[in-house]
Design a protein around this ligand. Structure first.
Ligand SMILES: [Zn+2]
Length: 309
């Protein structure tokens, strides 16, 4: 099979209290939609393994890992920041989410699959080297990328992030890593309120104003990402797939639609076919309006599989 789907039931056990938008129902909504669309029939399914300490330590500091492992509460919740809490299952779920990115990397590098979608939570792109924040504990995509670079000796990796929020954690991890080209779009003036670092040949992070619609998003990708990615010739493409830029998602104020997520995905598949043997690994990040999330993720997966044309 061309494609693999990685998830784990443990990712449903992490929850941060009633009414919290980053909730287990997100994964179920995506899973149900992928089944209804027949997409899971054409993907091989894997349970996400627990990530190893070695893989985590390629991204996160020893101090942080010791701290987060020792903080795991036996019962109730432990508040990490105003919006981010641990319950007794959080650590296990976070280890599955990062483990999914590692397994996805092994599958594509070993040539078993070309396309992998990881339907996992907690998300990862706000987690920095030494801090959990913004619903994120381990930087899943970053752990996968470092596994590719350091375990499999891949030379060049592209990290694509179209979540409505800037992937500040990913930027901090790869700031000085010449092997990684990070291309992102995000809405300015919302969480995490960090201005993206200076643009460089390895960092192309484009802030979009509130209410930007698909035309502006696509223009940003065309004007800023595509040539740079073509010149970089990534051997693997990772996507931090956040769908909270959808017009119906009130976590942000962008006006993206399912077709915009499908469009950017097709661009990445095209680049991957040209330079990366068609290999794309996508990990879920944000997306909180459940119907819009499920439809957007399904459009994204359809585009990854080349089934939407
Ligand atoms: Zn987000």
């Amino acid at each position: 099979m061309l494609a693999a789907y990685i998830s784990h039931a443990d990712c449903l056990l992490h929850e941060m209290g009633d009414g919290h938008p980053e909730c287990p129902a997100r994964l179920a909504a995506i899973n149900d939609r992928l089944i209804a669309q027949g997409l899971l029939d054409v993907m091989e399914h894997f349970d996400a393994p627990l990530v190893s300490m070695q893989a985590l330590a390629r991204v996160h500091s020893k101090d942080y890992l010791q701290r987060i492992f020792s903080l795991s509460p036996g019962e109730g919740y432990l508040r990490i920041d105003p919006d981010t809490l641990m319950n007794p299952h959080t650590l296990q779920a976070a280890r599955r989410a990062a483990g999914a990115a590692v397994l996805a990397t092994d599958l594509v590098v070993q040539g078993k699959h070309r396309i992998v979608f990881c339907n996992v939570r907690p998300p990862g792109h706000h987690a920095t080297i030494d801090e959990a924040m913004g619903f994120c504990f381990f930087n899943n995509v970053a752990v996968g990328i470092r596994h590719a670079l350091e375990h499999h000796q891949v030379q060049r990796v592209a990290l694509i992030d179209f979540d409505v929020h800037h992937g500040n954690g990913s930027e901090s991890v790869f700031y000085d890593d010449e092997r990684v080209l990070m291309c992102s779009t995000y809405q300015i003036d919302i969480f995490p309120f960090h201005v993206a670092g200076e643009q460089s040949p390895r960092r192309i992070n484009i802030g979009l104003p509130a209410r930007s619609r698909g035309e502006l998003f696509q223009k940003a990708v065309e004007d800023h990402w595509l040539d740079a990615l073509d010149r970089f010739r990534p051997e693997l493409i990772y996507i931090s797939a956040g769908f909270d830029g959808h017009v119906l998602d009130d976590m942000g104020g962008l006006g993206l639609l399912e077709r915009d997520f499908a469009w950017v995905t097709r661009q990445m598949v095209h680049l991957a076919e040209k330079h990366a043997g068609g290999r794309v690994i996508s990990c879920l990040e944000g997306g909180y309006e459940l119907d819009a999330l499920a439809r957007s993720a399904s459009s994204h997966v359809k585009a990854l599989l080349g089934l939407d044309v």
